[in-house]
Design a protein around this ligand. Structure first.
Ligand code: SF4
Ligand code: SF4
Length: 358
C-alpha cells in the first residue's frame, strides 16, 4: 500500500517547495527549471489474461498482488505534479481491473496532467464514464486480426468483445479526445497481416496503430529476430538508451518507486537494494542516487536483451490523420530539444511516426 508522507517538514526545502499550496517563489523557480518527465503508474499487478512473456500472465511475478491505495496516490501525485509531464497507467497488471480506475484518471486529469492508459481491453468501463473521466489517450492491445490470431499471444482475451468496446468508445467521443490506438505486437505469426491491422484499426474508429516487435523469446529462437518486417532495424541496433531513462520511473501498486517496469524482475529485485530503501517515493524521487541510477538505465547487466533499450527503433506509430501526425511530431520535438544536436537521434525519433494516407 502506498504510504502517505508522515511529516513534510522532515524533508529538505526543495521537496516541500514543490507541494501545491506550500510553494515559495524560490521553489517555483526551481521547479520551473526542472525538466518534466513521464510518470508511469502501476495501479495493480493483477490480470486475468495469460500472455506467455508476461511475468503476471505466467504467474512468475514474485511480488504480492494487490491494488494501489487511491488516497495515498492522490497525496503523492499532488506532491510531484510540477515535475510530471504526463501519467501513464501501465505495469505488470491490467489497470482497468482496479475498482477505482476512473477515479485515478479523474484525479490525475484534474491536476491538468495528460493521462494515458495501456489496456488489454477486456474490462473497459462504459464509454460515457470513460469519456467523462478526462482520459487523454487509450492504447488497446490488439495482436491479431482474427480472434484466433489475437489469442495466440493474448491468451484468454476475446477480440470481438474488445473491438466492440473500442467501437462504442470511438463513436461516443467528441472529436479526437481521448486519442485511441491499437498497440500491436508484430512477429512472424502476424506480420503478414500488417495491412489488415491498419484496416481493422480504421474501421474500429482508431486514430492510429503502434506496431511493436514481439520479443524473440516468443518463438524460442535466440539470435534471430522474430520479425522480417523489423529485421533491418533490428540488425542495425547499437547500444541505445533505455526509454525509462527519460521518465520518473514507475510507481508500483505498493507505492514504491522502481527505475523501470522490467529491471526488478530480470535479475533479483535490483531497485529494492537502492531506491526502494526509503518507504517514501517522494524522497526516492529526489535522491541523487535515484537520479544517478535513472541515468544508467539501459546499461545494467540485466538490461542485456531488454527491448526498452531500443524502443524507438523497434516501434512505429502509424497515424491516420495528417493533423495528428504533424502535432505528434512537433510535440515530440519540443519534448526532446536535445535531439537537434544529434542528427541520428533526430532521424530515429522522427521516423517512429508515419502518416498513413490510404
Ligand atoms: S494483458 Fe498485460 S498484464 Fe495481462 S497477462 Fe497480458 S501482458 Fe500481462
Ligand atoms: S533496459 Fe534495463 S533499465 Fe531499461 S527497462 Fe530494460 S531492464 Fe529496465
Amino acid at each position: 500500500m502506498l504510504k502517505a508522507r508522515p511529516n513534510q517538514s522532515d524533508y529538505p526545502r526543495s521537496h516541500t517547495d514543490r507541494v501545491p499550496g506550500r510553494t515559495s517563489l524560490a521553489g517555483r523557480l526551481t521547479a520551473s527549471l526542472e525538466t518534466k518527465a513521464w510518470l508511469n503508474v502501476e495501479l495493480t499487478n493483477v490480470c486475468d489474461l495469460h500472455c506467455p512473456l508476461c511475468i503476471t500472465g505466467t504467474g512468475r511475478n514474485p511480488e504480492p498482488q494487490g491494488f494501489m491505495d487511491f488516497d495515498a496516490y492522490r497525496t503523492w501525485l499532488r506532491a510531484v505534479a510540477p515535475r510530471v509531464e504526463a501519467v501513464r497507467f501501465l505495469g505488470n497488471g491490467e489497470p482497468t481491473l482496479h475498482p477505482r480506475f476512473l477515479d485515478f484518471i479523474a484525479e490525475t486529469a484534474a491536476l491538468g496532467l495528460p493521462v494515458q492508459v495501456g489496456t488489454n481491453g477486456m474490462h473497459l468501463p462504459p464509454a460515457k464514464a470513460l469519456l467523462a473521466s478526462g482520459l487523454s489517450a487509450l492504447y488497446l492491445d490488439v495482436d491479431g486480426v482474427t480472434p484466433e490470431q489475437h489469442s495466440l499471444y493474448r491468451r484468454g482475451a476475446e477480440l470481438t468483445h474488445i473491438l466492440s468496446s473500442a467501437k462504442s468508445l470511438a463513436a461516443a467521443r467528441p472529436g479526437r479526445r481521448p486519442e485511441l490506438y491499437f498497440l500491436t505486437l508484430l512477429g512472424r505469426h502476424n506480420e503478414e497481416q500488417r495491412p489488415q491491422f491498419l484496416e481493422l484499426a480504421r474501421t474500429t474508429g482508431m486514430d492510429g496503430i503502434v506496431f511493436q516487435l514481439l520479443a524473440d523469446e516468443f518463438y524460442a529462437q535466440e539470435g534471430q529476430t522474430s520479425s522480417r518486417w523489423f529485421g533491418r532495424r533490428h540488425e542495425r541496433l547499437a547500444e541505445q538508451d533505455c526509454v525509462w531513462r527519460s521518465s520518473l520511473g514507475m510507481l508500483n501498486w505498493r507505492g514504491e518507486l522502481q527505475l523501470c517496469q522490467m529491471g526488478p524482475y530480470k535479475q533479483g529485485c535490483f531497485t529494492k537494494h537502492h531506491a526502494f530503501a526509503n518507504p517514501d517515493p517522494l524522497v526516492t524521487l529526489h535522491s541523487a542516487e535515484f537520479r544517478d541510477l535513472t541515468n544508467r538505465c539501459g546499461s545494467f547487466p540485466f538490461c542485456r536483451g531488454c527491448q526498452c533499450r531500443s524502443f524507438e527503433r523497434l516501434s512505429e506509430t502509424v497515424l491516420f490523420s495528417k493533423r495528428l501526425f504533424l502535432r505528434k511530431g512537433l510535440e515530440k520535438l519540443l519534448r526532446n530539444p536535445g535531439v537537434y544536436l544529434l542528427p541520428s537521434r533526430l532521424f530515429s525519433m522522427l521516423r517512429q511516426y508515419r502518416w498513413d494516407r490510404s
